[in-house]
Design a protein around this ligand. Structure first.
Ligand code: BGC
Length: 269
């Protein structure tokens, strides 16, 4: 069955759209009718593969390289999207990475890299998106909102994570960043929402699922008893960007099979 075209004619930017969750989000938004800029930082071939998948199924997409932590590159990315598609209706702040280390051994570079991409990147991209949304205003035939920003967070916006303090701090920051700009932008009819994925089977957490023993250990943390798939998040992002979610702003939806439910307490406490 063909996906309903709930994002028809809307232009979307998906940062880190070349792999993992971002790839699934780019494909899901395109399936719902959006024209998609697939952003990538380094992996040109992977981004072009996502573009090809979208085009092969009749969608519109192009790939664009940009390091989301660089202000000039982010500005250039938005200018390119606006030149190509006329405007931007949806931003998915998805680009993110991990640089794991024991706390006492963590270098300033590991800290700064994660904060720059995961948090500052969301600031730079959201600011450009908000400026364009406010300048353009609402276009009723396209969407009930004047623009939508989706901030990819993680269960680690609330679950502390030893050995990953830079990552957990960046996601805690994303949560408060998302809520604060949602409050500021709501009067402009701009919606801002968060998605907090749990363990989704992607390259970022391969060591946690690549062997049966690792996967079994991981499943102890997931009451629903299966690892998440990128499509679980893609479908949610397409729905949140659509008018079906028009009264939702400033909140985070967890897509985690119950990981954030303190599973250790199921038979303890
Ligand atoms: C991390 C993954 C991890 C998951 C659950 C995600 O945000 O990027 O590496 O498996 O959270 O802990």
């Amino acid at each position: 069955m063909k996906t309903p075209q709930k994002l028809k004619g809307q232009a979307a930017i998906i940062t880190g759209g070349d792999s993992g969750i971002g790839r699934a989000v780019a494909i899901a938004l395109a399936e719902a009718g959006a024209k998609v800029l697939v952003n990538f930082a380094h992996n040109h071939d992977a981004a072009y593969e996502v573009v090809k998948i979208i085009k092969d199924t009749g969608g519109k997409a192009f790939a664009h390289q940009c390091d989301v932590s660089k202000e000039d590159e982010v500005k250039a990315m938005f200018a390119t999207a606006i030149k190509k598609y006329g405007t931007v209706d949806i931003l998915v702040n998805n680009a993110g990475l991990q640089k794991d280390s024991k706390f006492v051994d963590m270098t300033l570079e590991q800290w700064n890299t994660v904060i720059s991409i995961n948090l500052t990147g969301q600031f730079l991209c959201s600011r450009e998106a908000a400026k364009e949304f406010i300048k353009r205003g609402m276009v009723k035939k396209r969407s009930a909102a004047a623009g939508k920003i989706i901030c990819m967070s993680s269960v680690h916006e609330i679950i502390p994570w030893a050995g990953h303090v830079n990552y957990a701090a960046s996601k805690g920051g994303v949560s408060m960043f998302m809520k604060s700009i949602a409050q500021e932008l709501a009067p402009h009819q701009i919606r801002v929402v968060g998605i907090a994925p749990g363990a989704i089977q992607t390259p970022i957490n391969k060591p946690a699922w690549e062997t049966p023993a690792a996967l079994n250990k991981l499943l102890d943390l997931i009451p629903y008893n299966r690892i998440g798939q990128p499509g679980d998040v893609g479908k949610l992002a397409a729905w949140l960007a659509s008018d079906d979610a028009d009264y939702i702003t400033g909140t985070t939806i967890f897509v985690d099979g119950g990981m954030a439910l303190y599973p250790g307490f199921a038979d303890n406490g």
